[in-house]
Design a protein around this ligand. Structure first.
Ligand code: SAH
Length: 266
């Protein structure tokens, strides 16, 4: 395995730099401590959601299990990360419903069931944590926070400056030293962090960019939505790509609906 890159490093197209998300001024227990005190995971919901979000998250996780999510690490991460902190206060009371929600600039946070499904596919039953993971499409930062509990290091790229900044703000309350937020065009991947044990895209293009395949480690797995067939406007399927010593194996899964993968930054 290559050594992980030294930080701060710069993303070629970006004026920003990878930003390990650090704790804000208020003390918060590290997310990765074996068992954080209950108070850390059951704060008062900031958005008039009632006194305690832990129970709501627990029932969300029960629903995920009923929908077929089995991976204990994924279920635990979904139970831990407070989704209501990543959406607008007006939408706070919908945060634990299985629905995608607007996060600004025409983008959406994925449904919890889709985040869990993709994370489960990405982990592929690995006994421990994943190594380095690349996420394309940070959005509000929710999925990045979930991934940070499942991987040694997470690099998450966003092409919209407004959302990159919002994600950093949303993540400020968490102590996530293994999550690096990048501003840039994720279609190019992030070569400095390669090779990745796993790559996950939260936006769907016409095809999987070659850079992602190149930056995937042998033995690594990529999960991404892609447009289904020529002329299939709006139709997407979830694609799993496994890179082996013998080559690349693609598996097409269920139909999905993601925002479009776009090139360049804005
Ligand atoms: N995982 C996110 C989902 C955000 S929606 C969350 O938890 O909120 C997908 C995101 O992908 C959008 O914010 C969109 O701006 C971003 N995106 C689209 N094309 C991109 C690209 N080429 N590089 C980086 N981000 C991209």
């Amino acid at each position: 395995m290559k050594q992980r890159p030294l930080f701060p490093a710069r993303l070629d197209l970006s004026s920003g730099r990878p930003t390990p998300v650090r704790a804000a001024s208020q003390p918060a227990p590290p997310m990765h401590s074996a068992r954080a005190p209950a108070t850390a995971l059951s704060p008062r919901l900031a958005h008039g959601h009632g006194p305690d979000s832990t129970a709501v998250r627990r029932s969300m996780v029960l629903r995920l299990q009923q929908q077929g999510v089995n991976d204990a690490q994924v279920l635990s991460a979904m139970r831990t990360i407070e989704r209501h902190r990543f959406v607008d206060s007006a939408l706070g009371n919908q945060a634990y419903e299985d629905t995608s929600l607007p996060i600004g600039l025409g983008q959406t946070i994925s449904k919890p069931s889709v985040v869990a499904r993709m994370a489960e596919l990405l982990r592929n039953g690995a006994p421990g944590k994943l190594g380095r993971v690349l996420e394309i499409g940070t959005g509000c930062g929710y999925q990045a926070a979930v991934l940070s509990l499942l991987a040694a290091e997470v690099y998450s790229i966003e092409r919209l400056r407004g959302l990159h900044d919002k994600a950093r703000e949303n993540l400020r309350h968490l102590r996530v030293p293994n999550l690096h937020l990048l501003f840039g065009d994720g279609m190019l991947g992030y070569a400095k962090g390669a090779p990745y044990a796993a790559i996950i895209a939260a936006a769907g293009g016409e095809a999987i960019p070659q850079a992602w395949i190149d930056q995937l480690a042998v033995g690594g797995r990529l999960v991404a939505p892609v447009s289904a067939g020529a002329g299939g406007i709006g139709m997407q399927v979830l694609m799993v790509v496994d890179k082996t010593a013998l080559g690349v194996r693609q598996t097409v899964l269920e139909a999905v609906h993601f925002v479009p993968l776009k090139s360049g930054i804005a």
